[in-house]
Design a protein around this ligand. Structure first.
Ligand code: G6P
Ligand code: MN
Length: 446
């Protein structure tokens, strides 16, 4: 089986490779093609993978290439994990928004819109090539903003593209743990958009355990989201939001904390990874050890400004690794081996959330088998959540329209309609400032 990883020189690729090495089952991946636009990054990651595979019998063959079409031909699965504009681009997304006084973050608010506007044209080009060169391949989209990018690709690939995120399953796992339930035996009633969803229930043997958690302030204070949002607010909501909703419910605090930080997250990661990739050029250092140290530091500092601002403390030590690779592998296995699995994924709505149209990509529990991912029917969202979901989906649609037409006015509309951008004038300045720093946005202005 041939797996292609786009963004194959990316820092998280060894996590995926590590998961592949642990897969001994029949029909496992035997050939991995890493594609990247940057040959130097490919060389660095190939060194890490080489060290990872040392001594592992039947490790998959790993090939690297900078030729996209060559990579895609004959693929069974494609993991799309690109970062258009690199971490320098992310740092600029964050900085420009914070300078305008609004949230500067990778996927949420103005920063997420800028990232989407840069990424959608590239993702659409990839989707078209997959449709032509590997029409039977399944595309698993890791690329952020994941819901928006998956929707853009679905216009060319239909339900053969499935978006993933580690945050819903991570949240479900933390809730199950405080309730003393086994995460694998719990049904997590979660729905929304990517990075914009809510856990409304957690059923074990048919019984919803969430009311017990919401009724117990001490229990609520014993896990990350409980501290991040505070017991009172969680009880008011009657649900546990995805951590990314902190940017909506505590927007001022988040903006202030980020403005006061020494560096943005993107700038921190840019500097950190620059020294990792440079360091791997030294033949005397272990690329794998260098990678692992860098990874541990990245995970330990994840969302730290946010947690500090909310007095939420450290992330639980045994919950550091996000788990993207686990979700991706579970999904790939369920499709390839027709092993039924339930996973929270980004797929087309069909009729699941009635306020949205059938083609809107949402994040929802899905039954997965050889025919793909099928959203499970869920209870409707309460009005406040419908409001946010519809507002943000409308913004995503403007981003898709702007990427198609190149219209500056449409891009302004996308920023201006976002619930976290408070002025049309600010939206106009954001478009101009982003165009000035991002070569990838030169297309806007027709
Ligand atoms: C979580 C989210 C990802 C996001 C990442 C950012 O894992 O689900 O979508 O990209 O956090 O983490 P970072 O270490 O890059 O700030
Ligand atoms: Mn995510």
């Amino acid at each position: 089986m041939k797996l292609v990883i786009l963004g194959g020189g990316g820092f998280r690729v060894p996590l995926v490779h590590g998961a592949l090495l642990g897969d001994r089952g029949a029909g496992r991946v035997t050939r991995v093609v890493l594609h990247d636009v940057d040959a130097g990054r490919l060389r660095a990651i190939a060194r890490v993978l080489g060290e990872q595979a040392a001594g592992v019998p039947d490790a998959p063959e790993v090939i690297t290439t900078t030729d996209l079409d060559e990579a895609l031909r004959g693929a069974d699965f494609v993991f799309s994990a690109i970062r258009v504009g690199g971490l320098e681009g992310r740092a600029n997304d964050e900085r420009v928004a914070l300078a305008e006084g609004v949230l500067g973050q990778e996927t949420v608010g103005a920063g997420g819109i800028a990232y989407g506007l840069r990424t959608v044209p590239v993702a659409v080009d990839i989707a078209r090539r997959v449709a032509r060169l590997a029409p039977d391949a399944w595309v698993i989209n890791f690329t952020n903003p994941a819901g928006l990018v998956t929707e853009a690709m679905s216009h060319h690939l239909g339900d053969r593209v499935i978006g993933i995120c580690d945050s819903p399953v991570g949240l479900g796992r933390r809730i199950a743990r405080v309730l003393g339930a086994k995460p694998d035996e719990a049904w997590i009633d979660y729905v929304g958009l990517n990075h914009l969803g809510w856990v409304r229930g957690l059923r074990v043997a048919g019984q919803d355990r969430l009311p017990r958690l919401l009724a117990d302030p001490a229990l609520l204070g014993s896990f990350e989201e409980g501290r991040l949002f505070g017991a009172d607010w969680l009880r008011s909501l009657g649900a546990i939001p995805n951590e990314y909703l902190h940017y909506y419910y505590f927007n001022r605090e988040a903006v202030r904390a980020y403005q006061q930080a020494e560096r943005t997250r993107g700038a921190f990661l840019r500097d950190q990874q620059e020294s990792f990739y440079a360091g791997t050029a030294d033949p005397d250092v272990s690329a794998l050890e260098l990678w692992d140290r860098t990874r541990a530091e990245r995970e330990a500092t994840y969302m730290s400004e946010n947690r500090e601002a909310a007095g939420a403390g450290e992330r639980e030590a045994d919950d550091l690794s996000g788990g993207y690779e686990k979700v991706a592998l579970a999904l790939m296995r369920a499709i390839a081996r027709d092993e039924r699995a339930t996973l929270i994924l980004n797929v087309r709505n069909r009729g699941t959330l009635s306020p949205l149209d059938a083609d809107a990509v949402i994040e929802v529990p899905c039954l997965v088998d050889a025919n793909g991912a099928h959203p499970v029917s869920v209870d409707p969202l309460p009005g406040h959540a419908v409001g946010l979901v519809c507002a943000v989906k409308a913004v995503e649609r403007e981003v898709l329209a702007a990427a198609r037409s190149g219209s500056r006015a449409t891009a302004v509309k996308a920023f201006a309609l976002h619930p976290l951008v408070d002025s049309v004038s600010a939206a106009r300045r954001l478009v101009d400032a982003y165009r000035a720093v991002h070569p990838g946005l030169a297309y806007l202005g027709r």
